[in-house]
Design a protein around this ligand. Structure first.
Ligand SMILES: Cc1cc2nc3c(=O)[nH]c(=O)nc-3n(C[C@H](O)[C@H](O)[C@H](O)COP(=O)(O)O)c2cc1C
Ligand code: SF4
Length: 429
């Protein structure tokens, strides 16, 4: 199993089985308390399950941080339509690599989370939508699903109850946009993965036009611990309104990159220094992207910060999907902006003009600037174009491309201006 050395500062709730022999097998899962939370939930009323999740202050780990219990409460349980559980395992945000570890090392924890969500909203089928590049995970997930059927944790009359639940895996084709929830649902239904108009939201009109709970892998994986130990215990691990732990994907210029499970609100500088072993070669910290490539960059001076959704938002960025990208003093920010924009221009689904054209123009201007062929007016134009995309696209991918660009130009304008004069202090131009 692929997993970095754990840190003594970790608080292992979701990752507690990582590193155990055969951690993905049902035998290991059952021997370590697995499926006990589902057994407990079978004796609870659906509202009690939802209340427990609300008490836990669990917020969606896919990016937006929406309270999970509240999302579940929007599902019309009494609707005559079937309801569905959908797992967002698309994990495409650059800098993010935690869901793969959860599925690789502890797939039954995810299945148990889906079962409990199913009980809470009266759903009897669940789909795990896995990004195309994670094809190897399908074997692991399918094996776990087959084991769960054999042991009576999937199928009919589960643990002697009336409850039945079926689980399926579904692969995407490797499109970032298919991680956006409504595009994911289109893709799951076999159509082109472009977003839907909302409202209605998936809780009311989701998969196959039926009420659907759609959450990230990490969000579902937290649910067994919440039901097992109680929502209050999970909430107490984090900060107010930001319950539990978070899997942070620490990458870039750190001595010990890896995925670390830390309490919500863990200080970012401590994360870099004490968990990640500091910046290599004794170099100075220059900047950090705190939650995946779509989040505005923070300068070193802004990094003395509690890593929870509200604190990072207050600092002008986002906790996003937990992808913490560290940059040292020798990082060229024009190059960084170009790399980010290459990704978004490539991944724009092309549905709406501000994103399709905007990302392409930005990519071209940044490439020109980076290559030494830009002009002084390009710097202002890049910022202006990105600001004009904000809030004017059909789905948040346009914002995801614009926000990091705006922050990079505003916070490191001198570097952009130097490039316009044909100079790069890091000699990349
Ligand atoms: C362009 C785009 C890509 C996204 N990619 C992912 C993804 O790969 N995984 C994910 O869980 N959420 C992704 N999201 C967020 C989802 O739309 C959705 O908010 C999330 O899956 C809900 O689950 P949560 O409440 O548990 O976070 C993406 C959003 C956008 C706009
Ligand atoms: S913003 Fe528009 S073009 Fe970009 S991914 Fe969303 S729908 Fe597609």
């Amino acid at each position: 199993m692929l997993y970095n050395e754990p840190s003594p500062l970790e608080v292992k709730v979701l990752t507690r089985r990582f590193g155990l022999p055969n951690s993905a097998s049902i035998d290991t899962y059952l021997a370590t308390g697995g499926y006990q939370a589902f057994r407990k939930a079978l004796g609870m009323k659906p509202e009690e399950i939802i209340d427990e999740v609300k008490t836990s202050n669990l917020r969606g780990r896919g990016g937006a941080g929406f309270p999970a219990g509240m999302k579940w409460s929007f599902v019309p349980r009494t609707s005559p339509k079937p309801k569905y559980i959908v797992v967002n395992a698309d994990e495409s945000e650059p800098g993010t690599c935690k869901d793969r570890l959860l599925m690789e090392n502890d797939p039954h924890q995810l299945i148990e989370g889906m079962l409990i969500a199913g009980l809470a909203v009266d759903a009897h089928a669940g789909y795990i939508y896995v990004r195309g590049e994670y094809r190897y995970l399908i074997d692991i997930l399918d094996k776990a699903i087959a084991e769960a059927y054999r042991h009576g944790y999937l199928g009919r009359n589960l643990l002697g109850s009336n409850f039945h639940f079926d689980a399926y895996t579904h692969t995407g084709a490797g499109a970032y946009e298919c991680g956006e929830e409504s595009a994911l649902l289109e893709s799951l239904e076999g159509k082109r993965g472009v977003p839907r108009i909302r409202p209605p939201f998936p809780a009311v009109v989701g998969a196959f036009q039926c009420p659907t709970v759609l959450n990230n892998v990490e969000t579902y994986s937290a649910v067994p611990a919440i039901i097992r130990d109680g929502g209050a215990a999970f909430a107490a691990l984090g900060t107010p309104k930001n319950g539990g732990t978070r899997l942070f994907c620490l990458s870039g210029h750190v001595n010990k990159p890896g995925v670390y499970e830390l309490p919500m609100g863990f200080n970012l500088l401590r994360m870099i220094e004490e968990v990640g072993g500091g910046v290599p070669g004794g170099k100075k910290l220059k900047a950090v992207i705190p939650g995946g490539s779509s989040c505005p960059v923070l300068t070193a001076g802004e990094c003395d910060l509690a890593m929870d959704f509200d604190s990072v938002a207050k600092a002008g960025s986002m906790l996003g999907s937990g992808g913490v990208v560290v940059m040292d003093e020798d990082t060229c920010m024009v190059r960084m902006a170009l790399r980010i924009m290459r990704f978004y221009a490539h991944e724009s689904c092309g549905w709406c003009i501000p994103c399709r054209e905007g990302t392409t123009w930005l990519r071209k201007m940044l490439a020109r600037l980076h290559g030494g062929g830009g002009t002084a007016s390009d710097v202002s134009l890049i910022g202006e174009l990105a600001r004009n995309m904000l809030g004017r696209t059909f789905c948040p991918l346009g914002d995801a491309a614009a926000m990091p660009t705006i922050a990079l130009v505003e916070k490191f304008r001198d570097e952009f201006e130097e490039h316009a004069e044909g100079r790069c202090r890091y000699s990349h131009a």
